[in-house]
Design a protein around this ligand. Structure first.
Ligand code: AHG
Ligand code: MN
Ligand code: MN
Length: 338
């Protein structure tokens, strides 16, 4: 690797920022803070097989799901980094029931708020399967002082920047500030994210569908029909599609962004709103998908246009190349007995 050919994350965001003379660098610093915390979390994840950090922490998170120690660790690292960075006045995390508002500290002056799932796919940790972090950044709408709930309950169309980190066979940070999507791979020997995937787009033709088919019986009729459609042989439309499902949304989404495919987490009879959380799971990947030329929908409407009512609300998610998402929406819009 020759130095001339490497563009680091820091160089990249500084270059991008210089295209906007009015920018004061706050967003740049905020993304850097997230990248720093991600490196620390990455180090811990890599060491997880060596130290006794795996297993249940004991407490349940507010959704009643058992927390693993690494969820707690990752949550703490991101909160520390964002609080210490001073650009963010509040955080909404999957792991905390209420928002974390930075009151009476220099961070209360921060212009931004962050919604984050510090560790996504945590049930996969013991199996050494890829996991991730997902985040989105909004400009605060409240006056100065610690961030408020209203700052967090903004629709995804207000996102200023969003991204994810995938801790996989290599560690990557993929993010967008609304001008395309770029991916950076961590060089672990020097601890630097390097631009490896410039201007990411869903490739054509897409050929993958990803869904937990174990829940087939309780999916809406339109989803069942779409799954069957994916399995039909039709060489003209490159079907049957291949089925791939990891069970870590970040990893499933990332693979589908690289290889071309749709990821679906529909509502079920038991959970009509599905499992994934709108603010810190669906919205950030929806923002990335749209910036990569794709679409993200709850089956009927654009994810980014949903007005959040509560911090931890869930939404069905259909995300991927536009043509695939529009197809499943078409199936969902038809009467059940059609
Ligand atoms: P988390 O680990 O943050 O709770 O998220 C897990 C999510 C998501 O990553 C994944 O797509 C989904 O759970 C998998 O759910 P199923 O096991 O129901 O398929
Ligand atoms: Mn998650
Ligand atoms: Mn999580």
């Amino acid at each position: 690797m020759t130095l001339q050919r490497i563009k680091t994350l820091t160089q990249f965001i500084v270059e991008r920022q210089s295209q906007y003379p009015q920018a004061k660098g706050a967003l740049t610093r905020l993304i850097n803070d997230i990248a720093t915390a991600a490196k620390i979390v990455n180090r811990e994840i890599n060491a997880a097989g060596l130290v006794d950090i795996l297993g249940f922490e004991g407490a349940d998170n507010i959704q009643g799901e058992a927390q693993k120690k690494l969820d707690v660790y990752a949550n703490e690292r991101f909160i520390e980094a964002l609080k210490g960075g001073g650009e963010c006045c509040a955080i909404a995390s999957e792991e905390n029931e209420k928002i974390i508002s930075f009151q009476n500290e220099f961070s209360e002056m921060g212009k931004y708020v962050v919604a984050i799932d510090p560790l996504d796919g945590s049930s996969n940790i013991e199996a050494n399967v890829s996991i991730g972090t997902v985040f989105s950044i909004y400009r605060r709408i409240s006056d100065l002082g610690g961030g408020k709930l209203e700052d967090m309950l903004q629709p995804g169309i207000n996102i200023v920047a969003a991204g994810y980190v995938i801790y996989g066979s290599s560690t990557m940070l993929v993010y967008s500030t609304g001008h395309g999507v770029n991916g950076f791979t961590l060089d672990p020997s020097v601890g630097i994210f390097c631009l490896s995937h410039p201007d990411m787009r869903f490739p054509e033709p897409p050929t993958i569908y990803s869904i937990n088919e174990g829940k087939y019986a309780s999916f809406p009729a339109g989803v069942k029909k779409y799954i069957k459609y994916c399995q039909v042989e039709d060489p003209v439309s490159f079907r049957p599609y291949t089925s791939r499902y990891i069970g870590s949304m970040v990893a499933d989404f990332h693979r589908n962004l690289i290889k071309g495919g749709i990821f679906m987490y529909p509502g079920t009879t038991k959970q009509p709103k599905g499992k994934l959380r709108l603010l810190y799971e669906c919205n950030p990947v929806a923002f990335i998908a749209e910036q990569a030329g794709g679409r993200a929908s709850d089956g009927y409407k654009r994810i980014l246009e949903i007005e959040p009512k509560t911090l931890h609300q869930r939404s069905p998610l259909f995300i991927g190349p536009k043509s695939m998402v529009e197809k499943v929406e078409e199936f969902l819009s038809k009467p059940a007995n059609d």
